[in-house]
Design a protein around this ligand. Structure first.
Ligand code: GDP
Length: 509
């Protein structure tokens, strides 16, 4: 097997409480878990100096920052990129999905598709990210399998192909049937966990045999091409808590999920086989120590073999930087700790030179495209407590928008800047980081706008529109025009009146 085909870079998407954390732990236990990004940082730096923003994480018991977890099994290296599962997610979550080649969608068997599952799924669809579905918690009373499968198919407009089937649920739970082999994995002991007992000649209850019969004719057979195009999802039933279906899930990722995929660039797709090291920054994380302004830029490797000390040129900077102390997330085997391949993630410490969306490469010819900004769902006006701090505020807002914590909009009229987020939690993070890291006290006031859209069109048409709608016009941090709308209705109204303009809900950089 070539080194390239043994990487699987993926994320888990789910609604809070569906069982992502539990599943992640089980995946890491089954593979040899190597590094948790959080640990890497905590070891090197003083724990006392965590900023308030970290306190929010601790207090609320949630993870604001995405991290990278790597494990190995059967000769395959799995890079699992964590996406915060809290309802108040940030753009981080979305952007992380641009750095994976596939995703696992975890669904609670009692709840089916929930709002967050759907949102994250839509992002995957935008980039044709293939999805394996894991219907979790079958050890508890759940909904009927057919209704769950049909809901996935209908709500997400996907073909579904069941790969396993629960033999009873809740109190009746007797195990999981592997539809390909006909084997049933059975619970054992008081905990009713899966401890490895496989029944190769099971006698199925009549109603389960009937269900399986119906399922085999009612749903399409698994087709790897359809899966990899994002048109079909194989569905596994299981229980993360009781360890049912976890090994099968890892095997499925190893067997079916794509190895590193080519990535879109201005000059066409860049293949992982390209000899030059290329990659893009999908996330920037500030140092936990507010005294130090350094950050870690997370780069997804697209091609080449990275070696410690290598010089790479960031597209935003134009001159090469030497990457002496990268954080590599797969260092179980010390011998490979100094190199990284396509599909791997490298953490690059820097002092704010690297921005989300930047391309890094050896020859400075490639520019990756398609890292999205999403239309904010909450807009707030930033009000300074001390008006002499305008300059610091501007710097802070620019920095934090580069990190993807918030988006910032500078209105054409008026001096009050507007920040946009997709989740409430981002606002708390913003206020506490402004204070802790920039010594700027600010309050966020309701803005007279509800959402924003990126405007595109011929220069004349844009200008005419802008002249008529000055109070609703702003520029984002790249200077691109943005329409600030009072409501969703306002957006569709303007859209109808101005077919010559595009009102984008997503901006691809
Ligand atoms: P997350 O919010 O998606 O990360 O969900 P967690 O992994 O924290 O799980 C939420 C709750 O569901 C916890 O109380 C878990 O113990 C429970 N849970 C997770 N997986 C299972 C499962 O397979 N069966 C049962 N019965 N409970 C589960």
């Amino acid at each position: 097997m070539s080194q390239l085909s043994n990487r699987r870079t993926f994320a888990i998407i789910s609604h809070p409480d569906a069982g992502k954390t539990t599943l992640t732990e089980k995946l890491l236990l089954q593979g040899g878990a190597i590094h948790l990004a959080g640990e890497v940082k905590a070891r090197g730096q003083a724990r006392r100096a965590r900023s308030d923003w970290m306190k929010i994480e601790q207090q609320r018991g949630i993870s604001v920052t995405s991290s990278v977890m790597t494990f190995e099994r059967g000769g395959i290296t799995f890079n699992l990129l964590d996406t915060p599962g809290h309802e108040d997610f940030s753009e981080d979550t979305y952007r992380t999905l641009t750095a994976v080649d596939s995703a696992v969608m975890v669904i609670d068997a009692a709840k089916g598709i929930e709002p967050q599952t759907r949102k994250l799924f839509e992002v995957c669809r935008m980039r044709s990210v293939p999805i394996i579905t894991f219907i979790n918690k079958v050890d508890r009373e759940g909904r009927e399998c057919f209704s769950l499968l049909d809901e996935v198919a209908d709500a997400l407009a996907l073909d579904v192909s069941p790969m396993s089937w629960p033999v009873g649920m809740g109190g009746q739970f007797q195990g999981i049937l592997d539809l390909a082999t006909g084997h049933v994995s059975r619970p054992e002991g008081d905990s009713r966990e899966f401890l490895g007992k496989i029944d190769i000649d099971p006698e199925l209850p009549v109603e389960v045999a009937e269900e399986v019969e119906l399922a085999s004719v009612g749903y399409p057979a698994f087709d790897i091409e359809a899966y990899r195009h994002g048109d079909l999802t194989p569905v596994y039933f299981g229980s993360a808590l009781k360890n049912f279906g976890v090994a099968e899930l890892i095997d499925a990722i190893a067997k079916y999920a794509p190895p590193p995929r080519p990535q879109p660039s201005e000059a066409g797709e860049i293949a992982p086989e390209r000899d030059e090291v290329t990659g893009f920054v999908f996330k920037v994380q500030a140092n936990m120590d507010p005294q130090h302004r350094d950050r870690i830029a997370f780069m997804r490797m697209v091609s080449g073999t990275f070696k410690r000390g290598m010089k790479l040129t960031p597209s935003g900077l134009g001159k090469p930087i030497a990457v002496h102390s990268p954080i590599l997330f797969f260092a179980q085997d010390r011998e490979i700790a100094d190199t990284a391949q396509a599909g791997d993630i490298i953490g690059i410490p820097n002092h704010g030179t690297l921005r989300v969306g930047d391309t890094l490469s050896e020859r400075n010819e490639v520019r990756f495209t398609g890292l999205p900004n999403f239309a904010p769902e909450i807009l707030r006006r930033v009000q300074l407590k001390d008006p002499t701090k305008t300059k610091q505020l501007r710097k802070a807002l620019d920095d934090l928008s580069e990190e993807g914590v918030i988006q910032v909009f500078y209105p054409e009229i008026g001096a009050q800047w507007i920040v946009g987020v997709v989740g409430q939690l981002q606002l708390e993070v913003l206020v506490s980081r402004l204070e802790a890291e920039y010594k700027v006290e600010a309050v966020l006031e309701p803005a007279p706008f509800d959402t924003a859209r990126w405007l595109k069109g011929a220069p004349d048409a844009l200008k005419t529109f802008a002249d008529f709608n000055k109070t609703n016009l702003a520029r984002d941090r790249d200077g691109d025009p943005v329409f600030l709308a009072r409501s969703a209705w306002d957006v569709s109204y303007q859209q109808e009146r101005h077919p010559e303009l595009a009102f984008g809900a997503v901006k691809e950089r």
